[in-house]
Design a binder for this molecule. Structure first.
Ligand code: ZN
Length: 198
């Protein structure tokens, strides 16, 4: 990219490092940013830095939030005895969008993948087991139906079984390998309602 000045190349490279942004899109974004009013550029950069600095894990469910405890965990109208286990905060948002789930969540921040060298201790599994020492009636495992998601579901169910807490798995209406956030709300609801005890 020598045909651009050093500063422009630097901006393009930084943008191209984001997921789903190819070199062409990065170039388009870079020139768009350079054409934006200074105030707007400042807003964008402040939003990025402030989010990175201030967002933390919820102390209860480990989703990403601004507060010590996220609004869902703070909500006393929700059923705190039902915990849905998801891989990430985006999956949590997908279930929240259905507006039909009244329990709480647990965010693993990943899935077990022997291929990628991600083991049980690399995700928030220990934290889930600690939560289960409180009064919990059901754990719904809503990890993706990818190989990693299934491996994680099996692993968790084996861990929880001895505690006597009910463990269920969402129905396989979710496309194999499909990220939950891209699945439509009706499919998610069906998967949740059709869950089976494992
Ligand atoms: Zn929470």
């Amino acid at each position: 990219m020598e045909y651009y000045s050093k500063e422009i190349s630097r901006l393009i490279e930084a943008l191209a490092g984001l997921p789903g942004i190819g070199s062409k899109t990065a170039q388009r974004m870079a020139f768009h940013i350079l054409n934006m009013p200074m105030e707007q550029v400042q807003n964008l950069s402040t939003a990025i830095i402030s989010a990175k600095k201030n967002i933390k894990y919820c102390k209860e469910c480990y989703t990403l939030t601004d507060d010590d405890v996220c609004p869902i965990c703070q909500d006393q109208k929700r059923d705190h005895k039902t915990i849905m286990v998801v891989e990430n905060t985006r999956d949590l948002a997908a279930y929240e969008k259905t507006g039909k789930y009244n329990g709480v969540y647990h965010v693993l921040h990943g899935a077990i993948s022997p291929m990628l060298g991600i083991g049980p201790s690399d995700i928030k599994l220990k934290e889930l087991m600690t939560r289960l020492q409180k009064d919990v009636e059901e754990v719904i495992i809503a990890t993706n139906s990818s190989l990693e998601g299934e491996t994680t579901a099996m692993y968790i169910s084996k861990l929880i079984k001895p505690t006597g807490i009910k463990v269920s798995r969402i129905a396989s209406g979710v496309p194999v390998g499909g990220d939950l956030e891209y699945v439509d709300e009706v499919t998610l609801l069906r998967a949740l309602e059709g869950r089976t005890t494992i």
